[in-house]
Design a protein around this ligand. Structure first.
Ligand code: NAP
Length: 243
């Protein structure tokens, strides 16, 4: 059974991705930082369906914790064949209100986490001459976002990391791609308020609705399972937000 590590998978896009991958036959490790109950409930639900799943608490910004997590996954499920680097945080702030500590934390989680995870799983992939990494960026990884400079900087960085790593690792049989979701109906966007979200859906998003976590999950499963000749690409899943 092939093994997938999905970061930030206790809820939202990560949980939907872990579920879709598990149902597609992957053994999954569900990483999270705080919501132990949600992560454990997801593991239980997947096991009840006959899937192989574990969960592991680790801050993806903490390099030692990431390497310890990957070591546990290798012991309990096997070496990681697929990394879905999805864990992320977001907050809207005017640029002048961003403290150095907040800037560093945002970059450490949203970009540094992908760096640590990719290095932690790479040894096995290089050895096997195969493997797949998928970084979850955002529409704000390819466009400017007012009051989201730190988030957009990290998400732009993820696209640079993904493309560069794809170029470097293609000769080693490892594919690296990026998914760029638009506005997806998860906890992350609830801070905007229902009225703003409805307005975005009605007046900004050409498809007239927010995305669902399961729709991003399907794009990730496609990149992992089907897109065998695709690397270094950014797959936008944004309802036509940017065309
Ligand atoms: P979410 O509902 O807020 O869930 C965030 C997930 O990340 C949770 O599982 C959380 O764990 C985990 N997490 C946060 N910080 C972590 C850390 N330092 N280490 C490990 N795990 C951590 O977010 P989402 O909407 O599903 O977003 C998932 C990804 O998609 C993010 O990278 C986000 O930037 C990106 N994205 C989202 C949207 C959107 O509209 N929702 C759009 C574009 C891109 P706990 O549950 O334990 O807190």
């Amino acid at each position: 059974m092939k093994v997938a590590l999905i970061t930030g998978a206790s809820r939202g896009i990560g949980a939907a991705t872990a579920t879709a991958l598990a149902r597609a036959g992957w053994a999954v490790c569900i990483n999270y930082i705080e919501q132990t109950e949600k992560a454990e409930a997801l593991v239980e639900a997947l096991r009840a369906e006959g899937c192989a799943a574990i969960c592991h608490q680790a801050d993806v910004a903490d390099r030692e914790a990431v390497f310890a997590m990957v070591a546990r996954v290798e012991r309990e499920l096997g070496p990681v064949d697929l990394l879905v680097s999805n864990a992320g945080i977001a907050e809207q702030r005017q640029f002048q209100d961003i403290s150095p500590a907040w800037w560093e934390r945002m970059l450490a989680v949203d970009l540094g986490g992908a760096f640590h995870c990719a290095q932690a799983v790479l040894g096995h992939m290089l050895h096997e001459h195969s493997g797949c990494m998928i970084f979850v960026s955002s529409i704000w990884g390819g466009h400017g976002a007012s009051c989201e400079t730190a988030y957009a900087s990290a998400k732009h960085g993820l696209i640079g990391l993904g493309r560069s790593l794809a170029a470097e690792l293609a000769p080693s049989g490892i594919r690296v791609n990026v998914v760029a979701p638009g506005v997806i109906d998860t906890d992350m966007v609830q801070v905007l308020g229902r009225e703003t979200l409805d307005d975005l859906a009605r007046n900004v998003i050409p498809m007239g609705r927010l995305g669902r976590p399961e729709e991003i999950a399907r794009a990730i499963v496609y990149l992992a399972d089907e897109a065998s000749y695709t690397t270094g690409q950014v797959l936008s899943c944004d309802g036509g937000f940017f065309i």
